[in-house]
Ligand binder design. Structure first.
Ligand code: NAD
Length: 284
């Protein structure tokens, strides 16, 4: 079997034209210019590269964006004051603070300070609570993008066994809840799971967010599984690989997302979609 490739890049580009651009146009017709602000603290090169991708996609969607950059000597209080200003700035519809932050600043304090109605990343306790309750709200970008790409690939959730490897607050846990909300039967595996292979072999849809290069191989998965690879790693040879061994898994899977060009672009898509959604809600 040769797997269908679930190209997050292609899906994001298609949905950009089919959904995001028309939504921005109709906001513009009401004199609303959706605006995203990204807050960057320090000089982390990976953060800068992620931000460039977000800025590029925001441009394509036709929304306004601004990146506020501060030195890593900024104090927690100063950053919290900036967040307060953004919460009160009526020209800003959504904003996010790029992780990681320097050690002297608490990420959870910062996230708690973000107004849920402008929570473009979907990380605030209120957004996460709404996600768990199945209520309409801004959802965390990577999980939201994963669910969308699985749907766009043609796979069904209802009654299917979704196995998630990883239980982080930004990927594993929320994607499991979103799959549950789609009526899947969900198993969450993690570093303490015993007999991991038993669960992996049962998955109709396998979502791998372990943070270990090429952790899952084709011989572990069932024939016909849909595999979503969340991980991203650079090898010593400079090649980008995921948490799944693509070559072996793509021989067994029905469909598989590549790295790069899989989950990453769908995460960016969701961030811009959340900003547009926040602008739509603010303009009702
Ligand atoms: P994390 O380190 O917070 O969580 C990893 C999870 O894997 C943990 O819950 C842990 O219990 C589990 N785990 C670790 N070793 C295991 C083992 N041997 N067996 C079973 N489970 C094990 O990572 P994260 O933030 O969820 O990110 C996971 C990966 O996804 C990373 O590679 C990260 O870079 C990538 N990521 C990509 C995007 C994107 O948009 N493409 C977004 C977020 C994260």
């Amino acid at each position: 079997m040769t797997a269908q490739i679930i190209s997050g890049k292609e899906i994001a580009e298609r949905l950009l034209e089919a959904e995001l651009q028309p939504r921005v146009e109709s906001l513009n017709n009401k004199n609303v210019q959706p605006k995203l602000v990204i807050v960057l603290v320090g000089e982390n090169p990976a953060s800068k590269s992620y931000i460039r991708q977000k800025e590029k996609f925001a441009d394509k969607a036709g929304i306004l964006h601004e990146t506020l950059t501060y030195p890593d000597t900024i104090t927690e209080i100063e950053l919290l004051n900036i967040i307060d200003d953004l919460n009160n700035d009526t020209t800003v519809h959504g904003f996010m603070v790029q992780a990681p932050l320097p050690d002297h600043i608490s990420m959870s304090k910062v996230v708690d300070a973000i107004s849920p109605i402008k929570d473009a990343d979907g990380f605030t306790p209120e957004s996460v609570g709404n996600l768990f309750l199945g209520e309409d709200s801004l959802q965390c970008c990577t999980p939201k993008g994963i669910i969308r790409m699985i749907k766009e690939s043609g796979a069904e959730f209802s009654g299917q066994h979704v196995v998630v490897i990883g239980r982080s607050n930004i990927v594993g846990k929320p994607v499991a809840i979103l799959a549950l909300n789609e009526s899947a039967t969900v198993t969450i595996c993690h570093s303490r799971t015993q007999n991991l292979n038993n669960y992996v072999a049962q998955a109709d849809i396998l979502i791998v967010a372990v943070g270990r290069p090429e952790f899952v191989h084709g011989d572990q998965i069932k024939e016909g599984t849909t595999v979503i690879d969340v991980g991203i790693h650079r090898t010593d040879e400079g090649k980008l690989v995921g948490d799944v061994h693509f070559e072996s898994a793509s021989k067994k899977a029905k469909a598989i997302s590549p790295v790069p060009g899989g989950v990453g672009p769908m995460t960016v898509f969701s961030l811009i979609e959340n900003t547009i959604e926040a602008a739509e809600r603010a303009s009702i």
